[in-house]
Design a protein around this ligand. Structure first.
Ligand code: BG6
Length: 495
């Protein structure tokens, strides 16, 4: 009998052992290092992906010994590693962790860092294989890159990498300036811009789902799809991040990056190959096909809102107009998608945390059942559940046994029932890929700019639009429901 294993096809990409490296984390005292980065590296070590020779160096302003830094990281792993902490393994792993005091604006700090790297164990084997991870406020990105360049730490783009995480600017202009500054220090191909959504297994699966199957692709277009809904809802409010969030808002914090990434993966054409550049080319093409909004279109196709009580949050301006919710209807003007609305929605303090892409298919032709039932005949929907409770659900119509009746039923696939503990953390995948030099899951410079073009056409023209309010724990303002109802649709994630 054929076993399931016989039908598996291992692409092998992200399991190979990595080459020896130095990884320097700038801003290593920040939350991200202990909460995400070091636990991810620890788990890569546990899985045998890290080579025998590697060094992780925390670079930050406070004075600290290696031992103190190791202890802090150990606590981080204890609290946040998905596999917990194994004392024996930790004692081996921590031998690879070091600390270097440094001040971002001080050139001398980078000269001292370069010297430190040369003195670390295995430095002669590691050579120039450096990865610089900027876990800092974005205003330091260009400064650190210049100083690394000055210290001769970015001269080998074939083996060196610079990793940054959003925000990549606040609008098109600033993003372009950032691109130019970084690209003057290191080649674009050595720049790794993280969008942590692309590290999620369920998001990566979108590509496999679409292009490793033959049944969906013929239907994946304007002839069969009525519209697409993409929702990323969060139950939490802004919490302790009021200071950052109030200057950003949902549009820049979530739509410019995560939601548009989900949209490009849903809408892109099959790439010519799995080469990272070909894949990213296709994503850019989708963004290019989204027309910039006119002011009139915004009034009709966009709702922004704030949850009640937001103005009382810590470090939020008392008269703030920052949106904590946004719903947008946009079009992709290309051959495949012309006339198909894409509804995007995201917000904080909503009913519950969930991210879903829902493809709603057209109704069958106006004969037979459709003639009898009209709009009561449910449309087929494909719900791609990205988090939590990841899975894919297809709804179709069937006959109720014993009755002349049609009812929609579900065909369910759940990650949890298929693969019990399937999920590595997004940062494991992303750090592993960046160290391996695979840029597939990272955002390219031109992609960032195209996304900003679309977002700028919103944020530069929406000042006169009202900021609605909504109840904490609801699904957002009534206007968002009204917007989608105009085309006789409704948000399906609410049901
Ligand atoms: C971040 C945003 O990029 O993504 C946060 O800055 C948001 O505001 C977070 O809460 C959501 O990520 P996830 O993985 O929890 O859906």
């Amino acid at each position: 009998m054929i076993q399931r294993e016989d039908l598996m096809c291992d692409l092998g990409g992200n399991t190979a052992k990595l080459e020896p490296f130095h990884l320097v984390i700038y801003g290593a005292s920040g939350d991200l290092t202990a909460r995400k980065l070091v636990p991810a590296l620890y788990n890569l070590f546990k899985e045998g992906r890290l080579p025998e020779i590697f060094n992780i160096v925390g670079f930050a302003r406070r004075s600290k010994t290696d031992q103190q830094f190791r202890q802090e990281m150990k606590e981080g792993v204890q609290r946040f590693s998905r596999t917990g902490l194994d004392e024996k393994l930790w004692s081996e792993f921590q031998e690879h962790i070091f600390y270097q005091i440094g001040d971002f604006p001080q050139k001398d700090s980078y000269i001292a860092l370069a010297r430190k790297l040369e003195s670390l164990p295995g430095a002669s084997v590691i050579g120039q294989r450096h990865m610089h991870y900027l876990s800092t406020a974005p205003e330091f990105f260009a400064l650190i890159a210049y100083n690394l360049k000055y210290a001769g730490l970015l001269n080998y783009p074939d083996v060196q990498r610079l990793v940054i995480e959003k925000p990549f600017g606040q609008d098109y202009q600033s993003a372009m300036e950032l691109n130019t500054a970084l690209q003057s220090c290191i080649d674009e191909k050595a720049l790794y811009r993280i969008d942590h959504y692309l590290g999620k297994e369920s998001v990566q699966n979108l590509l496999y789902f679409r292009f490793a199957n033959a049944v969906y692709e013929p239907l994946w277009n304007r002839n069969y799809i009525d519209h697409v809904q993409i929702t990323v809802s969060e139950a939490e409010g802004v919490g302790t991040r009021g200071g950052y969030y109030d200057k950003s808002g949902a549009l820049r914090d979530m739509v410019q990056n995560h939601l548009l990434q989900l949209l490009t993966l849903t809408a892109m054409e099959p790439p010519a190959s799995l080469d990272p550049e070909r894949l990213r080319d296709e994503k850019v093409k989708v963004l290019r096909s989204i027309p910039s909004f006119t002011k009139e279109q915004l009034a009709e196709n966009l709702v922004r809102a704030q949850y009640k009580g937001y103005l009382n949050e810590d470090r939020v301006a008392p008269d703030s107009k920052t949106e904590t919710f946004v719903a947008i209807e946009l079009m992709i003007d290309n051959w495949r998608w012309s006339g198909v609305p894409f509804y995007l929605r995201t917000g904080k303090a909503l009913h519950h945390k969930a991210s879903e892409i829902i493809i709603v298919f057209r109704r069958p032709p106006m004969v037979l059942f459709q003639q009898l039932c009209g709009p009561r005949l449910s449309r087929n929907t494909l719900r791609i559940r990205l988090q939590p409770d990841e899975g894919i659900h297809l709804t179709f119509n069937a006959k109720t046994p014993g009755r002349e009746r049609i009812e929609p039923i579900d065909m369910d696939f759940r990650y949890n029932s298929e693969w019990l503990s399937y999920s590595p953390e997004a940062y494991e995948r992303l750090l592993g890929d960046a160290l391996a030099g695979d840029s597939t899951l990272f955002t390219r410079g031109d992609e960032v700019l195209e996304a900003w073009r679309v977002i700028d056409s919103i944020q530069k023209q929406w000042h006169d639009l009202p900021v609605r309010t909504y109840e904490v724990g609801s699904w957002g303002p009534a206007e968002a429901a009204a917007m989608i109802r105009r085309e006789k649709n409704r948000w399906l994630l609410e049901s």
